[in-house]
Design a protein around this ligand. Structure first.
Ligand SMILES: CC1=C(CCC(=O)O)c2cc3nc(cc4[nH]c(cc5[nH]c(cc1n2)c(C)c5CCC(=O)O)c(CCC(=O)O)c4C)C(CCC(=O)O)=C3C
Ligand SMILES: [Fe+2]
Length: 361
């Protein structure tokens, strides 16, 4: 039996509403545990239906346990929502903001229930992910669709804001943070410092089904240009999955070894593929990469993510305003146009041939 969408999924076809009608904003994120007891159930949610070996999950559980089982991601998203509330109020955008995650409370079905109870019929979603790939785009749209099905006929329709990798506000926020990190390097060595931008590695098959690498490279190029860096690279972190499956490379740790081998003394690491300094940033960069850098005699300065930088918060407000008023300019820097508002049907497929839950019989 084919399942019929109760409401248009996050690609907005067949909507009964005018394009510019939105009753609410929904911040959609990954979610993270908020105590020791949450860690394993959270990781089981992350790994459900995905190709993550049990040993990898147990290893990652230990990373969370190092931080008392608390990922900072939920608190960071709440801080972003507070900053965005003030930004929207200051610009007369009176949409209420809701919050829902893929993997941990508050979960998307609960957020959609609450929205339905409040009479929200159509919402605009901001994903805490600026780059297109299955994990950062389509999987969130699938999560929304499944949540809509759980809520039933009163579930709001949800559309999404565009990917923001080339938005000037994103570039400015990250460039500011990289510049401050460069300033922490002794002046006589600063011009020779290397800037390494990191993003979450994904399986090559997933990467090939999206613009992930193109967008990351362009974003990194724009930030490097903004800070006048003569020596920058895009590398990856947080690889998982079985060893025989190819993922995007090089890994940050191998990259640090190569930098040390060619005599680099100072490296700024900017986790450009992420929006906040969540646990994968804290563990993979501040614990693991810092430790290796120490062993290699490299001075590593980690730049913060965009987080609640005013230019980033203003960017989110602009992404909302451009949908409320299509006559507004859609700002974008560099060689790519602003990304699409409505994902094409084949956007960000998982790359595994695995059927989407939308298509399940
Ligand atoms: C592209 C991408 C982003 C950026 C875009 C976005 O934000 O969506 C991202 C973000 C995040 N990833 C996170 C955590 C984890 N990711 C995992 C696993 C995976 N991530 C993947 C990709 C991505 N992940 C992939 C292809 C896998 C393999 C399994 C699968 O195919 O799905 C696992 C399982 C264990 C492991 O394999 O490491 C964990 C625990 C956290 C939360 C951190 C916190 O708690 O503070 C965040 C923000
Ligand atoms: Fe997409």
């Amino acid at each position: 039996m084919a399942t019929t969408p109760l409401k248009a999924p996050a690609d907005g076809f067949d909507s009964p509403f005018p394009d510019t009608r939105f009753d609410a904003l929904l911040l959609v994120s990954f979610g993270g545990p908020e105590g020791m007891d949450d860690v394993i159930p959270f990781l089981e949610n992350v790994a459900r239906g995905r190709n993550v070996p049990r040993e990898r999950l147990e290893e990652v559980a230990r990373h969370y346990e190092l931080f008392g089982g608390v990922s900072p991601i939920n608190a960071q998203n709440r801080a972003l929502i507070a900053a965005l509330r003030a930004e929207l109020d200051a610009h007369g955008v009176d949409l209420p903001i809701y919050f829902g995650n893929r993997n941990w409370h508050p979960l998307l079905p609960d957020a959609l229930h609450e929205m339905a109870a409040d009479g929200v019929e159509r919402a605009l979603a901001f994903f805490t992910s600026g780059f297109s790939c299955y994990s950062g785009c389509r999987q969130y749209r699938e999560n929304l669709y499944v949540a809509q099905q759980q809520v039933g006929a009163k579930a709001p329709e949800v559309l999404r804001t565009r990917m923001f990798f080339n938005h000037p506000g994103w570039v400015e926020a990250n460039a500011d943070h990289v510049r401050a990190a460069l300033d922490a390097i002794p002046a006589e060595r600063r011009a020779r410092a290397h800037v390494a931008f990191t993003a979450h590695s994904i399986p090559l098959a997933m990467a090939r089904a999206s613009r992930y690498e193109d967008q990351l490279r362009e974003s990194a190029r724009l930030v490097a240009e903004a800070v006048d860096s003569a020596d920058a690279a895009l590398v990856y972190q947080s690889r998982s999955g079985p060893p025989h499956v190819p993922w995007l490379e090089p890994d940050i740790l191998d990259h640090l070894r190569a930098l040390a081998a060619r005599g680099v003394e100072d490296v700024v690491v900017s986790p450009l593929g992420f929006v906040s300094d969540h646990l994968e940033v804290l563990f993979d960069l501040d614990v693991e990469a810092k430790k290796l850098a120490g062993e290699l005699g490299l001075n590593l300065v980690r730049a913060p993510t965009a987080s609640t930088h005013p230019a980033f918060v203003a960017m989110i407000r602009e992404l909302i305003q451009e949908r409320l008023d299509p006559s507004r300019e859609k700002r974008a820097l560099g060689r790519f146009a602003p990304a699409h508002d409505v994902c094409p049907v084949d956007c960000c497929l998982p790359g595994t041939g695995r059927p989407s839950p939308w298509a399940q019989a």
